[in-house]
Structures are given as C-alpha cells and as structure tokens.
Design a protein around this ligand. Structure first.
Ligand SMILES: *Cc1c(COP(=O)(O)O)cnc(C)c1O
Length: 461
C-alpha cells in the first residue's frame, strides 16, 4: 500500500463542483440522498486504493470521473421501473414467470383509473352507506356461470385454501389419487389441505378411481368430496374418474359438499375451436358441484384473482368468514376483472381478449407476423429462418394441446446463439425472452403482438 496514493482521492466538495454533478442534481433527487450516495462512492474508491486494486498511482481527475460515472449509473438505476416490461417470445401464452394473461386494453385502462380515482369499491350509492366489494362483479359472475352466488379472493390457491378451511377444517376430504396434483411446485393439493386443517382421504389409484372407492371412504367424519382438475398433466390410456353428477347422487346427504377446483376458469369454449377438452365454468356449475374455484389470470384472461362460485348459502358463509378479509382483493383487480368479465357477453368480444385471442389465433395469422420480423432482421444482416413451431397454452392449462404456430430463428456469424440470446435479454429494453434451438435463437410469434415487432427487431444490435 502506498499512503501518498490516497492524496488522489477527491473530497466530497471537489466532486460536487464538477459540472456532471450539477446535471445529476437536476434529476430531482433529494440532495441529502445524492450526497450520501456520493460519500459511499468515494469510500468505495478509498477501499480500492487500500486493497491494492490500482497497479499505478491513480490520478485525481480519473477518480472523479469514475466516481461520477458510478453515481450517474446509480441515479439512472433508481429511475428505472423494477418490474420491467418484456417481450414474450416463448410462445407460451400464459407464462407464469412473465405474468400469465395479458389484460385487454379496456381492463388495463379500468385498473389504471381505479388506481387514480376514488370509486364505489365498498360504497353503496343508493343508501349512501358502506357497501360490499364482493358486489362489484357478483352479478356478472352469476349471469355468466349460472351459479347462485360468487365471490373473489386473491388467487385460486387462496380460494381452495379458503373453501377447505371454512368447510372442512378438522374433518375429512375425499380426493381421488388421480387428482392429487402439484402445480408449479408451489401449489400441492395435499399441502394446501394440510395447511387448512382438513384431513385428506385418498381413494382409488393414480389411473383409476371408481364410484365404489368414494362410497367406501364416506363416513360421518366426511366434510366434502373434492375434485381437482388435473390441469397440468394429461393422462391417457387405461383411466377412469367419476363425474360430479355421479358423486352428487352418491352423496345423497346435504351436508357432504362437492367442491371442484377447476384450475383455469374457462368461460370461452375452446373445444369449439378443437383446442383441448377443458371443461367450462358453466359446465362445472351445471354438473352439480356445490362450490367451484378457478383462477382469474389463466384462460379467463383477467387479473390475478381466485373466483369462488356456487350455492348462495355457502358463499354467504364465506363472505362473513374472517379469512375473507385476509384474502381481500384490491380495487384495481376488481376493475380489471369487471372489464374482462364484461367481454364474455358475446363470443366476438370474448375472442378479442388477449389470452383467448392468442390461444385460438390460426397459424397463418402468426405466420404473417413471423415474415414481418424476419424481414426486419434480414435488413440488419441476420440469418433468419421462418419455420413451423408448436406453442403451449401454459399456466398449467391444457398440457396436451400443441398450438400450431410460427417462429423466426435467428443467427449471426461470429456470434454464438447463447451470446445472442443473452444480448436480447439483457441489453434490450424491453427485454426479449426467447429460446435457443440447434444453435439458433428462436422467437415464437404467437405471443408477440403486431405492435411489439418493432421492439423485438430493435433488440438485435
Ligand atoms: C393454477 C391452479 C391452481 C392455482 O391457481 P393460482 O391462481 O395460481 O393461485 C390451483 N389448482 C389448479 C387445478 C390449478 O390449475
């Protein structure tokens, strides 16, 4: 260590006199905060000298420049949003890591306005008194699903927990072994059951569960039979499960509930487009479950939410339960959900919801966007290939479904696919999340909207 090297270290004052510091001050940061950050940067430089990071004696001006450079980076980093926008080039429509369903413009706008303004979230205009936030979308939910009553909680995991806690805590719940699913690692039927205090009674085998399996397990300690939609895997071959109708006939007793966790809340019948065999919420209600739960941000195409629909007497009990407050949903969510549900009044408007649209969009429409992107990248001297790919619905829904789609695979000489993928992910704003395949970086256009193509192309330097 050379003691005289510390003399190159500028004082706080000296850095503050620099014109670039004046520029930073005009960014609108609190001066005390800025000075604190500056102090930390000078301190950091002192440490560099102390620990021998310099091989020759540093010059004061160079240190000032360096300190200001780092300080500027810090200010800019602060100004950037922490939740960054990305272009989803994976083709997975409901990508849980990337935020699942994209909201419609109307729903996004409604959420924004609900955030900016006061609203009737818990206010009854007629009486001028306190109202219930559960009233906001209840009429839409009952109209669309055919259920007697409905309510909204934080997400579907919360909805499942709530139903089990409220109606089966300390009692037994019968579930088929074929339906003891784990979703995304964080949601396991058996674990959520344990948390709720309900006792799981497994019946049947992985591939087959018969009516007599349920019948044998039924006793005076049984609170409910739970059916779980096996959203994220598809069992084929020698399989059997028991329908809700049959279970309800067996139940016979009023006090044994049939609860169905539907997972994805499909209100648009995708089977009409020959996509999957997902039961719709309407069908589930019709088949006789006392309570059903589903997500707001999977195939429904709305914000994160858990919807509970079913018998009025049961939903009324849930609304009065202490947990209703714990699992309460924000006004912005209600506003977005409201606009999303509104769209389900006609097939045409439902099909325009981004999540629904992206799943049913024909491959030839995706192809047009692929050509457009390929053109732009060729103009930037990239090698491109437009070729057919299979997209996934994602979000643990319709795992057996492969959507015919088109992708653009991109390569450049002297750059590896890994480097290129890293560049478009880290050096671009918005980042592009793509896949590497056989030495190419591949972008699936199913999840890239027309107005994102410019940005997707710009991500390639
Ligand atoms: C996705 C899913 C859940 C969890 O729903 P979230 O909205 O993610 O909380 C629960 N059960 C099933 C069957 C699911 O598919």
């Amino acid at each position: 260590m050379h003691n005289e090297w510390f003399r190159a270290l500028p004082s706080i004052d000296e850095v503050q006199k620099h014109e670039n510091y004046e520029v930073l001050k005009s960014e609108g940061l609190d001066e005390v905060r800025l000075t604190n950050w500056l102090r930390e940067e000078v301190e950091r430089m002192r440490n560099h000298i102390r620990t021998g990071k310099f091989s020759v004696q540093p010059e004061k001006q160079a240190l000032i420049d360096d300190i200001l450079h780092r300080l500027t980076a810090r200010v800019l980093t602060w100004q950037k949003p922490r939740l960054e926008q990305v272009i989803n080039a994976t083709g997975t429509v409901l990508h849980t890591n990337l935020g699942r369903a994209r909201l419609s413009d109307e729903a996004a706008e409604a959420a924004k306005e609900a955030g900016r303004r006061y609203s009737t979230i818990e206010y009854n205009k007629e009486t001028g008194e306190r109202g219930s936030r559960q009233k906001v979308v209840e009429d839409r939910l009952t109209t669309l699903t055919g259920a007697e009553s409905a309510m909204v909680v934080n997400n579907n995991a919360a909805a499942v927990y709530f139903v089990l806690q409220a109606f089966a805590s300390g009692r037994k719940v019968i579930v088929s072994r074929g339906e003891l699913v784990e979703i995304g690692g964080s949601f396991r039927v058996s674990s959520i059951m344990e948390e709720s205090g309900a006792q799981l009674v497994e019946v049947g085998t992985t591939n087959k569960t018969h009516l007599y399996d349920y019948e044998r397990a039924l006793n005076e300690e049984t609170a409910m039979v739970m059916k779980v939609h096996t959203s994220n895997f598809y069992m084929q071959g020698f399989t059997q499960s028991v329908s809700s109708e049959t279970i309800q006939e067996m139940n016979g007793r009023e006090d044994i509930l049939l609860f169905e966790d539907l997972g994805s809340g499909v209100m648009y019948d995708f089977s009409k487009e020959h996509i999957g065999q997902e039961p719709t919420v309407q069908q589930a209600v019709k088949s006789g479950a006392d309570l059903i739960t589903f997500s707001g941000d999977k195939l429904l195409g709305g914000p994160q939410a858990g919807i509970i629909a079913g018998k009025k007497s049961l939903i009324d009990q849930l609304k009065k339960h202490q947990l209703a407050r714990v699992l309460r949903v924000d006004k912005m969510t209600f506003a977005a959900l409201d606009e999303t549900l509104k769209a389900y009044i006609s097939e045409e408007t439902a099909k325009a919801l981004p999540a629904v649209r992206d799943v049913i969009e024909p491959a030839d429409v995706v192809y047009e966007r692929a050509l457009l992107l390929a053109d732009k990248l060729q103009a930037k001297h990239y090698k491109t290939e437009v070729y057919p790919v299979k997209s996934q619905v994602g979000g643990g829904t319709m795992p057996e479904v492969e959507l015919n789609s088109f992708g653009v695979c991109v390569a450049k000489e002297s750059v590896t696919a890994a480097e290129l993928e890293r560049t478009i992910r880290l050096q671009s704003d918005p980042a592009v999340i793509a896949r590497i395949q056989d030495g190419w970086v591949c972008l699936d256009l199913r999840t890239i909207a027309l107005d994102e193509i410019e940005d997707a192309a710009a991500a390639f330097p």
